[in-house]
Structures are given as structure tokens and as C-alpha cells.
Design a protein around this ligand. Structure first.
Ligand SMILES: [Zn+2]
Length: 167
């Protein structure tokens, strides 16, 4: 059994609280940290995929339309840690540019300076009750997010217009 739309499955995992991690070899097609551990899907030379049975259990929830909570009990990273699934979903929706400055964002793990690192931000902050869902998220450079700090949603929009106008 495989998943037809891997990017969709990845964003579903992320929405359920799992973390989609960067692959550590080119044989890996998916690496995810979930409530049942970290699971890796491998593809052999012929492209045949090997799915671990713990992940297949999650896939059957996915295919059945269930919405389990998959957050790992020990979160492996801070807010800056980016999940590939969310990056994929957000660039698909918004394109490859930063929410604030519109410059192209580097893919996760490929930034040349810390300021350029791609980060996920919440339009309405978590502290103000904003949901941790892609509908409330956008991608921006680390440096641009630092400028935005703890602004309200309308102030973030204003900052975006200013930064884009000032180009
Ligand atoms: Zn930016």
C-alpha cells in the first residue's frame, strides 16, 4: 500500500501534530516523527516503496478519513524548526516568496545565512488564540519574522505592504 499524493499525506501528518523531517538519504521518501515513534519510508532501486507497519496503521486512518492526534510526546524542535510537509503545502498555496518581503525562500535546510532560513509563522499568533493550522500560517524569512515580532494580524499585513512597497 502506498499513498497516492505524498505531499497531501505529509501536510495531513503535520496538521495532526506529527513532524515531517528532512530525509537523511536519497533512498528515503518520507521520514516522520509521530506519537508512535519516528518512521521512515524507503524506496529501493526499482522505486518499490517499503512502508513500516506503524506508518501503515496511520495511513489506514488517513485513508479512512479519521483524524488521530499524532504529536510526538517529546517535541524535537523549537518553533523555528520547519516541517517539510507544511513548507510543501504553503509554497503550493502561496508560491515560493516570503510573506513579508516577497523574495524567494530557500527550501528547509538550504539557507545560506541564518537570517534567510525559512520559518512558519501564524498570522493570528498562538498567544492570541490563532489555530496551528495551515489556514493561519505563512512562510517568511527568519529575519523578516524577527522584524514582525509580536505584531497583531492587521499590523503584520501593514508591515508586509510596507516591505513590498519599499523594494
Ligand atoms: Zn523575507
Amino acid at each position: 500500500m502506498t499513498v497516492r499524493d505524498l505531499a497531501h499525506f505529509e501536510s495531513w501528518l503535520t496538521d495532526r501534530g506529527a513532524e515531517v523531517l528532512d530525509a537523511s538519504s536519497e533512498r528515503e521518501i518520507l521520514r516522520a516523527r509521530t506519537s508512535t515513534g519516528t518512521h521512515v519510508v524507503y524506496a529501493d532501486k526499482t522505486g518499490k516503496q517499503r512502508w513500516p507497519k506503524e506508518l501503515l496503521a496511520i495511513v489506514s486512518d488517513y485513508n479512512a478519513g479519521r483524524t488521530p492526534s499524532l504529536a510526538a510526546t517529546k517535541r524535537g524542535g523549537a518553533a523555528r524548526r520547519k516541517t517539510r510537509g507544511r513548507y510543501v503545502a504553503l509554497t503550493k498555496r502561496d508560491g515560493p516568496g516570503c510573506f513579508y518581503c516577497a523574495r524567494i525562500l530557500p527550501a528547509p535546510g538550504t539557507h545560506s545565512t541564518p537570517d534567510d532560513e525559512v520559518t512558519t509563522e501564524h498570522l493570528v499568533s498562538r498567544a492570541h488564540g490563532g489555530p496551528d493550522h495551515v489556514s493561519n500560517c505563512f512562510l517568511a524569512h527568519f529575519a523578516c519574522n524577527q522584524i514582525a515580532g509580536h505584531l497583531s494580524a492587521p499590523e503584520k499585513i501593514k508591515l508586509r505592504e510596507m516591505m513590498r512597497g519599499a523594494k
